[in-house]
Ligand binder design. Structure first.
Ligand code: ADP
Ligand code: MG
Length: 399
């Protein structure tokens, strides 16, 4: 963590203006915010700065307004939610720069909090425009990024702005970077990765990177079918990207060279129709899948063997469910392996880090998330980290 500047490196905050990039891209339904998780994540940073006497200006994007003002995507719609979570008054400011912001700062007392308008109302945001960033920076004394989930994009509020002011990682960003560093940067060996989910095509770069980083690569979900097909298994009607079997074969070769063991299911749960508890449900060896059957989950024997693999490891990084977990009983393998990982993590035997939209849902469904060392809610940014990429919004926070 000493690679990045954090709030611990800040001194003399009282009366200063903090420009804080947060993730306020909150889910809404009928004009109401339906989930406060993202606000809860950044609350510690905001409160810490406010308590230290800074004037805190929040910067965020909200939806995809494509460079123009759209009333349905104004941050005024999330102002109430932020105020509710913080338990403090939050002022809405209808600009991100210029005299309106200056006037607001004139009224604000040390410790006060304001939310600036949606950064994406200005075309300079997504263009990472230095001049646009400069106009924002004019009203601030320092910059804090607490939005890891937005930091894979080089936008003005995540990248250019960090070059204009002293820049620091907020507490949520710091936690996320620490967890990811522990999982993939400098992990305790041996390391296992679980990669599942629907398709190989969305995770090729992840797989190519992981084979060079981990000792055990566990493949599940729909993408396991493409791996099985590459090994000559007839996967019947299963979701399978047949055009990628060549690519998958090279990944398997690279794994071999790097001495990474790739674990594919050898028994599977199949059905003729994709529905809850279908009549055609059965478990079989991967070599026995009928032409009219689909593989929808990893089988019980393979799941047990995978649990044994985890027991020999010190670190686990997980992205993607092992089966079609939204439809029972195809959640069985995911739930079982998630609970094994959670138990090992709780006992202090395994550092377990997970991320991905559906992965978070699956771990919550298994009641396993709270015992993982860290669960990232960042979708795209988490995957890019797993690809070994340097995130532009993170790189600018380096010492
Ligand atoms: P994440 O969002 O965590 O990165 P993905 O979006 O890659 O995960 O994949 C999640 C989806 O993969 C889930 O909707 C799940 O139903 C689907 N899936 C998993 N296994 C299978 C399978 N064997 N056949 C079809 N779909 C599957
Ligand atoms: Mg997904």
């Amino acid at each position: 963590m000493n690679r990045f500047r954090t709030l611990d490196d800040l001194t003399d905050v009282k009366g200063k203006v903090a420009l804080v990039r947060v993730d306020l891209n909150l889910p809404m339904q009928d004009g109401e915010v339906t989930d406060l998780t993202r606000v809860e994540a950044v609350a510690p940073t905001i409160l810490e700065l406010s308590d230290a006497g800074a004037k805190v200006l929040l910067l965020a994007h909200f939806g995809r307004p494509k460079g123009e003002r759209r009333s349905t995507m104004s941050t005024s719609l999330v102002q109430g939610a932020v105020s509710q979570v913080l338990g403090r008054e939050v002022m809405y400011i209808s600009e991100v720069s210029g005299p309106i912001v200056e006037q607001a700062l004139g009224i604000m007392r040390p410790g006060d909090i304001g939310v600036l308008e949606n950064t994406r109302f200005w075309p300079g945001e997504e263009k990472n425009d230095a001049e646009f960033a400069r106009t924002i920076a004019e009203n601030g004394d320092f910059y804090v990024n607490d939005a890891f989930s937005a930091s894979h994009r080089a936008h003005a509020s995540t990248e250019a702005l960090a070059r204009q002011l002293p820049a620091y990682a907020g507490r949520a960003m710091q936690k996320e970077l620490q967890a990811l560093e522990q999982a993939l940067g400098n992990p305790e060996q041996p390391v296992a990765a679980v990669v599942g989910g629907a398709k190989v095509s969305t995770k090729l770069a992840v797989l190519e990177h992981l084979v060079t980083r981990v000792q055990h690569l566990i493949i599940g979900g729909g993408m396991a079918n493409t791996f099985l097909a590459a090994r000559g298994v007839d996967v019947g009607k299963s979701l399978c990207e047949h055009e990628l079997t060549g690519t998958v074969s090279s990944i398997l070769e690279a794994a071999d060279k790097a001495e990474c063991t790739v674990h594919l299911p050898y028994d599977v749960v199949v059905a003729k129709e994709f529905a809850p508890n279908p009549a055609s449900l059965r478990t079989c060896n991967v070599r026995e899948v009928a032409p009219d059957e689909m593989i929808l989950d990893v089988g019980p024997q393979a799941t047990e063997a995978l649990a044994d693999v985890l027991k020999t490891c010190r670190t686990l990084v997980w992205n993607g469910p092992l089966g079609a977990f939204e439809t029972p009983p195809f959640d069985t393998a995911t739930v079982a392996l998630a609970r094994t990982a959670a138990a090992l993590s709780k006992e202090g035997l395994l550092t377990a880090v997970a991320g991905g939209g559906d992965t978070v849902a699956a771990l919550n469904h298994a009641s396993a998330a709270q015992d993982f060392t860290y669960v990232s809610t960042a979708g795209g940014a988490f995957l890019e980290w797993m690809e070994g990429k340097e995130l532009p919004g993170v790189a600018v926070l380096a010492k």
